[in-house]
Design a binder for this molecule. Sequence first.
Ligand SMILES: Nc1nc2c(ncn2[C@@H]2O[C@H](COP(=O)(O)OP(=O)(O)OP(=O)(O)O)[C@@H](O)[C@H]2O)c(=O)[nH]1
Ligand SMILES: [Mg+2]
Length: 398
Amino acid sequence: MSYKIGLVGKPSVGKSTFFNAATMNDVPEGAYPFTTIDPSVGEAYVRVECAAPEFDETCTPDTGYCKEGTRYVPTKLVDVAGLVPGAHEGRGLGNQFLTDLNEADVLVHVVDFSGTTDIEGENTEGHDPREDIDFLENELDQWYVGILEKGIEKFQNRYQGQDELAIEVELAEQMSAFGINKDEVKKLVLRLDLGFEPEAWDEDDREALAREIRQYTKPMVIAANKMDTPAAQANWEEITTDPDYDHLTFVPASAHAEKALKNAAEQDVVDYHAGDDDFDIVADVSEEQEQGLEQIREFVTEFGGTGVQQAIETALFDELGVIAVFPGGAEAMGDDQGRVMRDCFLLPEGSTTSDFAYHLHSDIGDGLLHGLNCRTKRQMGGDTELDHREVVELVTTS
Ligand SMILES: Nc1nc2c(ncn2[C@@H]2O[C@H](COP(=O)(O)OP(=O)(O)OP(=O)(O)O)[C@@H](O)[C@H]2O)c(=O)[nH]1
Ligand SMILES: [Mg+2]
């Protein structure tokens, strides 16, 4: 399983700049086969503190790479087409947008915090980024409402006043494209105190349910982009203290800065690791280039990085809820070919030893006896929940 993070937003907010910066990486050559799936789907990385040094080992990753004790674990990033008002009715690249979006497990909403682009992405000044946040949420909600209404209609034709299980099943089936099951649908209906009578749901109820399902199935973080501009920083102050936006997670970002640093790193001008809040200039540079880099340094030291790496990690680890698990050996870390911690798997929070075994292979799941915590050497039952950065050996019948 590989997670997909969707970059969404109106045109000209910097999605492609963000995408290019995040997927342009200093992967050691020949480390593993790198395939570009599609121009708009790329490989980005999330950082996980490597567990190998705790065992006095150096890891040999099959996928991603490790730099100075930090594992860069691959994940998919999708540059979704710019969203314009009315996309849910098929405007712009509406349908393409919705297809792409639906494949994403979690979203990074890239918002132009500088206010220099209007709602359609045209140049302007003083545009309030809150409008863009509202617009995107609303656009997604309208799309969900449309699909939900179809489910309600079908239900009404088929079941006339039947039991609550029927409505759970029917709605779940209708919304299954969004990756939600009937227990989850039920939970959300209960959470809103709606009762299982779709005929009694008015427009507001339906919108509220659609919104609840949308928030549940598409967790989202806001990348407040173009924060390298004074206008964006002023908007940041205002918006992140606006109580109406308390429910959202904001990450200050400069996709420009990340791209510039990655470019400079590629040319061996700087020593920079994605996500770091500083870098070293390691080559002779012109005065102009130095000035540019020093400006970026001011930014990354103030904001704790360019925000590109942070936004991706916040989306996956905090909003979606993912943990990293290292397969290992309780007796020895290396396999028979001396390879150490070749993999680092990303799993849903709450995954158990058994879930992990099944994630690897159904035979491993079926044959699982127990797990071994490689740090403590203690046995772990099949239903033991794994921690983030757990190092575990699976003991099976075969
Ligand atoms: N100041 C500043 N400008 C940026 C930043 N990121 C992107 N831009 C600029 O914003 C403009 C739009 O960037 P793109 O990456 O093409 O935006 P997009 O969201 O992919 O646009 P569409 O593909 O049309 O939807 C370009 O002129 C970028 O140089 C940033 O962090 N800071
Ligand atoms: Mg683009």
